[in-house]
Design a protein around this ligand. Structure first.
Ligand code: ACM
Length: 262
């Protein structure tokens, strides 16, 4: 299957411009799975909860409609981040869309830095979505530093972990090699580029979106500071065999009785 990412440069509080940027980048592309960054339509660096609230949407909002149109145009399953408003609570979420339907939403479990001031931490377990026989999991950005997130998705049967991101630390791309290797799953980290200076914060986003194989190979790596998209062909069946060799199976050999406090 053909899977990929779009690395964009969102402009804060300019949803229409951010949608246009993606439409221009994809133009004639057809694919099976396409991952967009975290909060790709709104920008990242809020200065108040009120401001985040003013950009939030429900699952039938403008961003869902944009993703539905993008899915129809590219024929791909799309995963992308947005501010979700649900019963007056805001979450840093990502939705998965295929054809005319929103299949589900993941609410970021591990909030980074001041995200804790605007968003509530995810209140439901990660899920895996089956589309055309492919098992797709979602985690968002900083979730990478808690190996339990990727492990939970892999134990639920994810073949591919989609990973919308707005990375500001330099470690994630390397860490994803380990996340994939230890779980024998593919991952697509779709990061953004650019800078945001708002309030007392100044973030520089690290680009280098990455597709990582079940063996920890880097199949695609985007530039650090350029809008970019890339696709690779993968065989997801490879992620379903958890044998490292004839003696070692990564899931069956877990010694869960001996792992304290996990
Ligand atoms: C992050 O989780 N967006 C740093």
């Amino acid at each position: 299957m053909k899977v990929g990412y779009i690395q964009t440069s969102p402009i804060f509080n300019k949803k229409e411009k951010n949608f246009d940027q993606i439409n221009d980048l994809v133009s004639e592309i057809k694919a099976d799975l396409l991952v967009l960054p975290e909060l790709f339509a709104t920008g990242y660096t809020f200065i108040s909860k009120k401001e985040a609230d003013s950009l939030a949407e429900e699952l039938d909002g403008q961003t869902a409609q944009f993703l539905i149109n993008l899915s129809k145009k590219t024929k791909a399953t799309i995963v992308g981040g947005f501010i979700e408003k649900n019963k007056n609570t805001l979450y840093n979420s990502a939705m998965i869309v295929f054809g005319s339907k929103v299949l589900g939403v993941y609410r970021k479990l591990h909030l980074y830095y001041k995200e804790k001031l605007w968003f509530s931490p995810g209140n439901k377990p990660p899920e895996v979505y089956k589309v055309n026989d492919v098992n797709i999991g979602i985690m968002i950005c900083f979730d990478w530093i808690f190996p339990e997130t990727a492990r939970s998705l892999a134990l639920l049967g994810a073949d591919i972990i989609t990973h919308p991101a707005n990375l500001v630390l330099p470690y994630c791309q390397d860490a994803m090699v380990t996340r994939c290797l230890e779980n024998r799953v593919f991952a697509i980290t779709s990061n953004r580029i650019g800078e945001e200076k708002r309030g007392t914060d100044h973030f520089k986003f690290t680009g280098k979106s990455q597709i990582t194989s079940y063996k920890g190979e880097i199949l695609s790596s985007a530039p650090e500071a350029k809008e970019f998209l890339d696709f690779v062909d993968i065989d997801v069946n490879r992620a379903r065999d958890k044998n490292l060799n004839e003696y070692n199976n990564l899931f069956e050999e877990r010694r869960i009785n001996f792992y304290k406090n996990t």
